[in-house]
Design a protein around this ligand. Structure first.
Ligand SMILES: *Cc1c(COP(=O)(O)O)cnc(C)c1O
Length: 371
């Protein structure tokens, strides 16, 4: 007889999620480009709303997140009744797994998809299954081929983290059309606010078209509220009903609600952030490509940069070198890119610094100098 409690099946198979590092021993001035947090931090209006809330923090939050759902509904022309808020979209991802998958079921995602999908799947005893990608991009045919009688949920991050690639709306429609009706398709659009591609759609039309597609969004990226934990899902009525039964009655804190309303209404800040991101993402991609690195074209606020197999000039060595310069990026071994680093798009001087440091690492002239 064991003398300790045994966790449910699947739980000990979870590799705990490792977030981006945030400090370097012995360094006080650091450039943190490891978690896609939004170059400018929160909008000043959002920070002000958060501060104002402090005097009332003894009050429980509005468990229905009414003001935030109304603000999101107005902003995107959505019915607030079909919006469910969560403590980060991570919470919504795990609630969807809890609601729709369990032991014996399969949760499908693409090979280099977001690691919270297998973690959430295993946490409910389900099996996570991956389908191969083509050119570091989700492959609709491969995903459909990987579907079995046991498949319950398919998670598609669009655009995907960490590759930055995306599927055009027509391909996502083809994916939905090829899936059984009882399979929940979750379109994780954490980076949607950064996207300007004409053929992209975050998923609203597909949610509206049936009862089996959900779109999730987050306040952790362009809105810069990662520390507050806030996300939302746009769901068909049947799924919203299920999530509202399952979630904690006060799953989103009052400060997050207040800051979230201010963030969604600060259109100028969002627009400025989007423009900045496009400019410095493209600039950084061009410089790193000129240095001979393999940069995956991205529509998000980050770049996947591959260094190749030469260990002396590889990703791990580059990561240590960048750390010695006070720059933190993200190693990608856990995502199946042992030669890759993911670099978030930060402020102009931060991008110049990271490009300069990588040039130095490679023993080349800084291509960004004077640019
Ligand atoms: C960052 C991210 C999320 C969101 O995280 P939360 O902070 O929990 O809202 C979800 N999906 C992807 C693909 C992400 O990169």
């Amino acid at each position: 007889m064991s003398d300790m409690p045994t966790p449910k099946p699947g739980i000990m198979d979870i590799s705990p999620y490792a977030g981006g590092e945030s400090g370097i021993e012995g360094q006080t001035r650091i450039i943190k480009l490891s978690s896609n947090e939004g170059a400018f931090g929160p909008s000043p209006k959002s920070a002000a709303a958060y501060r104002e809330l402090a005097a009332n923090m003894h009050r429980y939050p509005d468990g229905g997140a009414t003001s935030l759902r109304r603000a999101i509904g107005e902003r995107f022309s959505l019915d607030p009744a079909q919006i469910v808020c969560g403590a980060g979209s991570d919470e919504l991802i795990s609630l969807l797994c809890k609601a729709y998958a369990g032991p014996g079921d399969e949760v499908l995602y693409s090979r280099h998809g977001f690691l919270m999908y297998p973690i959430s799947a295993k946490s409910v005893g389900a099996t996570s299954v991956t389908a191969p990608e083509t050119n570091r991009t989700a492959d609709v045919d491969a995903l459909l081929t990987a579907v079995t009688a046991k498949t319950r949920i398919l998670f598609l991050a669009n655009p995907n983290n960490p590759t930055g690639t995306y599927l055009p709306a027509a391909e996502v429609r083809r994916l939905r059309a090829g899936l059984r009706g009882d399979i929940l398709l979750v379109l994780d659009a954490a980076y949607a606010e950064y996207v300007t591609a004409n053929d992209y759609d975050a998923g609203v039309a597909l949610v509206d078209a049936g009862s089996n597609t959900v779109m999730t969004r987050t306040f952790s990226k362009i809105y810069g509220l990662g520390g507050l934990r806030l996300g939302w899902a746009y769901c068909p009525a049947n799924v919203a009903d299920v999530l509202n039964r399952l979630r904690g009655p006060f799953n989103v804190g009052a400060a997050a609600l207040a800051a979230g309303v201010a963030a969604i209404n600060d259109r100028a800040f969002e627009e400025m952030s989007r423009e900045h991101n496009i400019r410095w993402r493209e600039w950084t991609a061009k410089q790193l490509t000129a240095l001979g690195l393999d940069v995956t074209p991205s529509i998000g606020n980050f770049l996947l940069v591959c260094f190749g197999d030469d260990k002396t000039r590889g990703a791990d060595t580059a990561d240590s070198f960048l750390k010695s310069k006070g720059i933190i990026v993200r190693k990608m071994g856990g995502y199946g890119f042992p030669d890759g680093l993911r670099i978030s798009i930060g402020l102009e001087d931060e991008m110049r610094a990271v490009v300069g440091a990588i040039a130095q690492f490679l023993g080349k002239n800084d291509p960004g100098e004077g640019a």
